[in-house]
Design a binder for this molecule. Structure first.
Ligand code: UFG
Length: 325
């Protein structure tokens, strides 16, 4: 059985990737410092508790498990926090990743799938955002992810590994079996906050702005189910192994949903009226971010199948109920 190093395998997307890797016949070896990850989310392979910047440990586990392929999810990922603590973001996301790549490539890395983000596009305008839209991040989080994408463009060929940077739009949803889900502290994301508010397990939802230049005035995003996302990672891995070119790919559905449309989906899926109030805009929120996912669809035949809002909301509600039980 081939082992795949999963940096950040105790986190939200990383833990779902471990489950998908195990189902695809791989052994996911999680490397996580557990600063934001959860040890109990690592269920499908070993957990090595260490930082991605710990070159000695990374080299040791790469040798022990004969790692030639890695997925890298380990990052600080809150936009607001990145503005107040940019040094932390550069340290973890840039310096940490360079150390990880140095250690893995010293032990024979061949393929790397890197978690990137739509935040690289900043406040890009236009109906759909394709990969050739100029990358102009508007916060340190997006800057640090773009810095690594660009570094990989040079380091990959120099060290002899191929890579994909997967630019997630809005990752959402939870494992349909309720085994793992999104557990950020504090939780800033729309869908978990909406579901908790609707189920009475959290405060009423604050909708950040209804005066955007969008059809109903609330922000439009492209929500993609975490299980669809991790499926794309497995396909990206196959693509790299088959000799596919190193490059970024958008992961989104191509369909935008406004905050008010997601609230309406919660009412349908949960049969209760979500309590919410409209408040002022949140700093740094672009009005609309919707992916053109054609490149990933064409290159590795990826089609999101679980990313409609009712399925997203229902999966989060099921996970919340399972965690509360
Ligand atoms: N929103 C609310 N109320 C909330 C939370 C969110 O109205 O309590 C709104 C936001 O204003 C935004 C939308 O819901 O319009 C989605 O917000 P999220 O916080 O769920 O997600 P973001 O779009 O802010 O962030 C996501 C990823 C980031 C990534 C960013 C790219 O989580 O990692 O997209 O722009 F950087």
């Amino acid at each position: 059985m081939e082992s795949i190093l999963v940096a950040g395998g105790a986190g939200y997307v990383g833990s779902h990737a471990c489950k998908a890797l195990a189902a695809a016949g791989y052994r996911p070896v999680t490397l996580d410092n557990l600063v934001t990850g959860h040890a109990d989310a690592v269920k499908w392979g070993p957990l090595v508790e260490a930082d991605i910047a710990d070159v000695e440990t990374v080299r040791r586990i790469a040798r022990e498990y004969e790692i030639t392929t890695a997925m890298h999810f380990a990052a600080r990922s809150l936009v607001g926090e990145s503005v107040s603590k940019p040094d932390l973001y550069y340290e973890n996301n840039v310096v940490g990743t360079l150390r990880l790549v140095e250690a893995l490539s010293a032990e024979g890395l061949k393929h790397l799938v890197f978690s990137s983000t739509a935040a690289v596009y900043g406040a890009a305008e236009g109906e759909l955002i394709a990969e050739d839209t100029p990358a102009r991040p508007i916060n340190p989080y997006g800057e640090t992810k773009l810095a690594i994408e660009r570094a990989l463009g040079w380091i990959g060929p120099a060290k002899g590994f191929s890579w994909c940077a997967l630019r997630y739009f809005n990752a959402a949803g939870a494992d349909p079996d309720g085994e793992i889900g999104e557990r950020h502290d504090p939780e800033t994301h729309l869908i978990p906050n909406l579901v908790r508010a609707t189920l009475g397990a959290g405060p009423g939802l604050k909708v950040f702005g209804d005066d955007y230049p969008t059809p109903d005035g609330s922000c439009v995003r492209d929500y993609v189910h975490v299980v669809d996302l991790v499926e794309a990672h497995i396909k990206a891995l196959d693509w790299l192994k088959a000799g596919g070119a190193s490059r970024p790919f958008n992961l989104g559905t191509g369909k935008g949903l406004s905050v008010l449309e997601v609230i309406a989906a919660a009412e349908r899926a949960l049969g209760r009226r979500p309590p919410y109030e409209i408040v002022g805009r949140r700093a740094g929120d672009p009005p609309r971010l919707v992916a053109d996912p054609a490149a990933a669809m064409a290159a590795f035949g990826w089609t999101p199948t679980r990313s409609d809002p009712d399925t997203l909301v229902a999966s989060v509600a099921a996970f919340e109920a399972a965690s509360a039980a």
